[in-house]
Write a protein that binds this ligand. Structure first.
Ligand SMILES: Cc1cc2nc3c(=O)[nH]c(=O)nc-3n(C[C@H](O)[C@H](O)[C@H](O)COP(=O)(O)O)c2cc1C
Length: 377
């Protein structure tokens, strides 16, 4: 399974794990894969603490950081220090409040309300260009970070220059082959071809269609990873067959012991089927694949207010989400998950997932080899 991107980054397996949870990053990386910490919802100070912890626990191995560098945002909320929640129209707040009240979801206790608000607003602040720059500066202080990925679009030239100066590989997500040219021009060396099946912000093209198109557009100098719907070794074999140099997974880690989710959240995810992972704009203002719930569908009702621009919709939605989690209401719970949520049915460890993926990969390669009359992989 070792491909050129493993040589470039210094990992044994081309299994990339996207996660917001530092424990997942460490376990995947220690098991030979490559963990990439999602940094879009933390402040620079919190990111500093997370990266320090990872540095201390990852046994000297390299890992990555993923930052959302937005291209569109509410202009008035441009400064990361300002609280953009003041721009949320009262009508939108009243709409959400009425739903939660009708459903009997209590408000958060005042101290928790304050903590959650701070967390959400700091996180959304990081989704401004200025906030993203501060996260990159924090990242640059950690020498074991060997890959920085831009989640929404190609990274701007000043950030590319800073990363190049430290020989950090530059990655970007991509949901359409037509985005590849812009990524190449920006100096991206690794493209995550993310199909519509994926959890989180996602486009409309499926992984099976997207990956070979992106590989063809990218050409030989750029590593392509397949993302969206991948939880098992046969899909890794398929991705390599499509021309990818590895896989990038997100949903599969949510069900692990190491994941950041609490037991109620995991149980809700274990019950979900592939068709329960729907694309909606309600969570951030941009299309996110997430669990369908009464809350995710509320904006489709007659009389519902318009979806707000990023980052306002995210603040509005995440405040409600915090109340739903506290009230343990599975019928209102929506977290970003991909269609592969249907294959995440019970708690396991990261190490077990990594081991299973490798065994399944060997099985898949043997099946293919038998088909062509050759010996085992
Ligand atoms: C809970 C969750 C949060 C995500 N947040 C981000 C993010 O902040 N930045 C990003 O680049 N991708 C994000 N993604 C997308 C992942 O990077 C990845 O492309 C996707 O999970 C792959 O598809 P899969 O979910 O089917 O494994 C997120 C995915 C999930 C499941």
């Amino acid at each position: 399974m070792r491909t050129p991107v493993c040589e470039r980054l210094g990992c044994e397996l081309p299994i990339f794990a996207f996660s917001h949870c530092r424990d997942v990053i460490v376990e995947v990386t220690k098991a030979g894969g490559f963990g990439v910490l999602g940094a879009s919802t933390v402040s620079p100070e919190q990111l500093e603490r997370e990266l320090k912890w990872i540095d201390e626990h990852v046994g000297g191995k390299p890992y990555g950081v993923d930052v959302i560098i937005p291209t569109t945002y509410e202009a008035a909320a441009e400064k990361a220090d300002e609280d953009p929640s003041r721009l949320i129209p009262q009508e939108a707040t009243d709409f959400v409040e009425a739903i939660l009240e009708r459903e009997g979801v209590p408000p958060l206790p005042p101290d928790e309300e304050e903590r959650v608000h701070k967390e959400i607003v700091t996180g959304r602040g990081a989704m401004t260009p200025e906030g993203a720059r501060r996260l990159v500066e924090t990242t640059l202080r950690h020498r074991q970070v060997r890959l920085v990925v831009s989640a929404l679009g190609a990274p701007p030239p000043d950030i590319v220059e800073q990363l190049r100066a430290k020989d950090i590989m530059i990655g970007a997500l991509c949901g359409k082959a037509s985005h590849v040219r812009r990524h190449k021009e920006a100096g991206v060396e690794l493209i995550v071809a993310q199909g519509t099946e994926a959890g989180g912000h996602t486009g409309e093209i499926s992984t099976m269609v997207l990956v070979p198109q992106v590989v063809a557009e990218a050409g030989p100098g750029i590593a392509v990873l397949a993302a969206g719907g991948i939880t098992g070794g046969s899909q890794i074999a398929a991705s390599l067959a499509l021309g990818a140099q590895g896989v990038w997974c997100g949903t599969v880690w949510l069900g692990t012991i190491e994941s950041e989710l609490d037991p109620f959240e995991k149980e809700t995810i274990f019950k979900a089927r592939a068709e329960d992972a729907v694309r909606r704009k309600v969570r951030t203002g941009k299309t996110v694949r997430m669990l369908r719930s009464k809350l995710s569908e509320a904006w489709d009702q007659p009389g519902a207010p318009a979806i707000l621009p990023t980052p306002l919709q995210g603040i509005l939605y995440n405040r409600a989400h915090a109340r739903v989690v506290r009230a343990r209401r599975g019928d209102l719970y929506s977290f970003p998950v991909g269609q592969s949520v249907g294959a995440v049915n019970a708690e396991t460890t990261v190490k077990d997932v990594m081991y299973r993926m490798q065994l399944e990969y060997i099985d898949a390669m043997e099946r293919l080899s038998a088909l062509s009359g050759g010996s085992s992989a």
